[in-house]
Ligand binder design. Structure first.
Ligand code: C5P
Length: 290
């Protein structure tokens, strides 16, 4: 009898805001960010009780022990007595795009395996394990709309921003997260706040009571300037995206994905044609999960 898989979606994220507040002694940067789950997702099919392995429909994705989903499964087996499992990963979230695909795959693996463990981890143990795999993995355990500080693991849920139409531009130029922060290190903005102090959770909570798009002035990304210095085409693409009149447009996270958020689906759909033949586009919308 073939085993029945447990199927789970691993959603991508964008960052409504990403501010770098300073460099820490552990090499990471202190952040202030607003994460947002979006409809674009990978699908994982997990077959518990089979030897640990990973296969993926996308040949460029490593399927060895370095893959974050494999690392998540191995940690759950070692630490909490999860059953070994085979994982089939259907990849849609591009790598190197600042959309958190690998991190989301890891969090989805945690979510599937946690209830199957001999000693199921507490919420805190799972969050610690998640952070050990990557700064944004704890967010993917929660999903939705969240304000975060620290490396991105101190999370405050915000009122969900639902069904906002998004246009994602996925340039061929990819940015690896450490490179984006290294560009910041070598740049002139190190540890400086472009507009004074941190925005803070209270202002973000208030802003999220309505639509975040009502006050996009706080929705900035400090990694944009250093990444655009290195990859000027991204800035031209963002200018072209802004010319289609989204309510807000920014680079997501450490790039290279550029995101425009629109007031309605019609405005978003009208903008897509501008980019035909120029850059890969993906239509998505914000989602609330959990
Ligand atoms: O935690 P994660 O694996 O996503 O981080 C990848 C790299 O991005 C880190 O090694 C570090 O260079 C940089 N980073 C950082 N500060 C953060 C998150 C990531 O400097 N808060």
């Amino acid at each position: 009898m073939p085993t029945t898989p447990i199927e789970v979606r691993a959603h991508a994220k964008i960052n409504w805001m990403l501010r770098v507040l300073g460099k820490r002694s552990d090499g990471f940067h202190e952040l202030e960010t607003i994460f947002q789950s979006i409809s674009l997702h990978d699908t994982l099919r997990v077959y518990p009780g089979e030897p640990l392995s990973l296969s993926c429909n996308e040949p460029s994705i490593p399927t060895d022990a370095s893959n974050l989903a494999m690392r998540a499964a191995a940690a759950m087996i070692d630490r909490f007595g999860a059953p070994a499992c085979r994982i089939e990963l259907e990849k849609r979230i591009p790598a190197g795009g600042g959309l958190g695909g690998g991190s989301s795959d890891a969090a989805a693996t945690f979510r599937v395996l946690a209830p199957l463990c001999r000693r199921p981890p507490s919420h805190e143990e799972l969050a610690d394990l998640a952070l050990a795999l990557g700064s944004d993995v704890p967010f993917f355990l929660e999903e939705g709309t969240a304000y975060a500080t620290g490396r991105g693991e101190r999370l405050v849920p915000l009122r969900a921003q639902e069904r906002i139409p998004l246009l994602l531009l996925l340039p061929d130029e990819k940015v690896m997260t450490p490179d984006a922060y290294a560009l910041l290190r070598s740049g002139r903005d190190e540890g400086r706040l472009p507009e004074g102090d941190a925005v803070g959770p209270d202002r973000c909570k208030t802003a999220a009571r309505g639509s975040l798009l009502d006050d996009p002035s706080i929705l900035i990304n400090d990694l944009e300037a250093p990444v655009f210095d290195k990859l000027p085409r991204l800035e031209s693409l963002l200018d072209a995206l802004r010319a289609t009149h989204p309510a807000w447009a920014r680079m997501s996270g450490s790039g290279s994905t550029l995101v425009g958020a629109f007031r309605d689906h019609k405005a978003r759909d009208a903008a897509v044609g501008t980019f035909r033949g120029l850059v890969e586009t993906v239509l998505a919308e914000t989602v609330t999960l959990a």
